[in-house]
Design a protein around this ligand. Structure first.
Ligand code: SF4
Length: 332
């Protein structure tokens, strides 16, 4: 049976009243799904706020690593996803590729005891667990600089996974040397050694886009996410995480024009006018956009029927070490 969006919203709200569920939605979700969220935010905010929530089920509207982070931090909760969507960046590395990266450092003459791994939160639980087991921790785009500053105090080389752009951008900001495994440069010379992962959505923004907007609207500001290429971040006026971008842009005078380099759904909701998407190609995250109201309704119905769809399970060992890696970050 086909329902309209309004009918689906009504049915979702009825299930929310009937069941012990909290619907959680990431900033990049479609507008109509985002509207259904009891808790909204970026990936870390969602994991922390959900930890303090009392519902039995978390219906997580986002991508897999985010749902896993909730499960890792709150193993007693039942986490289900309306769509088993995955982040293209997170799936670029798994435990085996993490081990190969460590081996590449070893072969360059850097022993394990001189390596401190840091993983961006956009990674799956198996990679977070590997990092935790090696004494490392998780970071987000808003706290990466602080985490790396603390990590460097140990006097070790940082192995940064999976996002090379975030690793390189932080290194540039801090005046540190970085390299990417496999780019031909010497690993021994770098302070931050990055895995060659990236976000396909944030790769869409180009220096030409920045030149276009600056020429078309003299005085326009350019604000971008640090998952963009270092060339874009160097040419921007502001570089910040999702939450930092939201704050920066909402505090601008309304007549100030700004072009924003991050995911379309977020930019579209930011401000009523004078806000532009910094790309001629619509920068939508395809997997974030997979989740529809129909999926949210279906997953709630499955909980009500006692057979939850797309439930997330994390094995005990992975959960233990991934949690340690996350909690080391939270402690800072
Ligand atoms: Fe992953 Fe990029 Fe989509 Fe974020 S926007 S979920 S990093 S693919």
């Amino acid at each position: 049976m086909q329902f309209t969006n309004e009918e689906l919203k009504q049915k979702i709200n009825e299930y929310k009243k009937k069941l012990s569920v909290t619907v959680v939605a990431h900033f990049y979700q479609r507008d109509e799904v985002f509207e259904m969220g009891d808790i909204t935010g970026d990936s870390l905010e969602l994991a922390i706020k959900t930890r303090d929530d009392n519902s039995e089920f978390v219906v997580f509207c986002g991508v897999g690593f985010m749902g896993q982070s909730v499960k890792v931090l709150s193993p007693n909760k039942r986490v289900v996803m309306p769509k088993a969507a995955c982040c293209a960046m997170a799936v670029m590395i798994d435990g085996i590729q993490f081990d190969s990266s460590v081996k590449a450092l070893n072969e360059a003459g850097i022993p394990n005891e001189n390596i401190l791994p840091i993983t961006y939160i956009n990674s799956n639980a198996d990679v977070k667990a590997k990092v935790g087991e090696m004494g490392g921790m998780v970071c987000t785009s808003s706290n990466a600089k602080k985490i790396i500053t603390t990590a460097l105090q140990e006097g070790k080389k940082i192995l940064f996974v999976p996002d090379r752009c975030l690793g390189q951008n932080i290194a540039n900001q801090m005046g540190l040397k970085s390299c990417v495994i496999g780019d031909g440069s010497s690993l021994l010379d770098a302070d931050i050694i990055c895995f060659n992962g990236f976000c396909s959505v944030h790769q869409l923004f180009t220096v030409e886009d920045i030149k276009f907007y600056r020429k078309k609207y003299p005085g326009i500001l350019i604000a971008v996410h640090p998952e963009c290429d270092p060339a874009i971040c160097s040419a921007a006026d502001f570089v910040g995480s999702t939450s930092q971008l939201i704050k920066y842009i909402r505090e601008l005078p309304i007549e100030q024009k700004v072009a924003v380099g991050t995911e379309f759904n977020l930019v579209n909701r930011l401000r009523p006018k004078n806000t532009f998407v910094l790309s001629s190609t619509k920068p939508e995250c395809p997997t974030m956009n997979e989740t529809t109201l129909k999926d949210v309704y279906a997953v709630l119905k499955s909980i009500d029927e006692g057979e939850p769809l797309n439930e997330i399970f994390v094995d005990e060992k992975t959960q233990k070490w991934a949690k340690i890696a996350l909690e080391r970050m939270l402690a800072l």
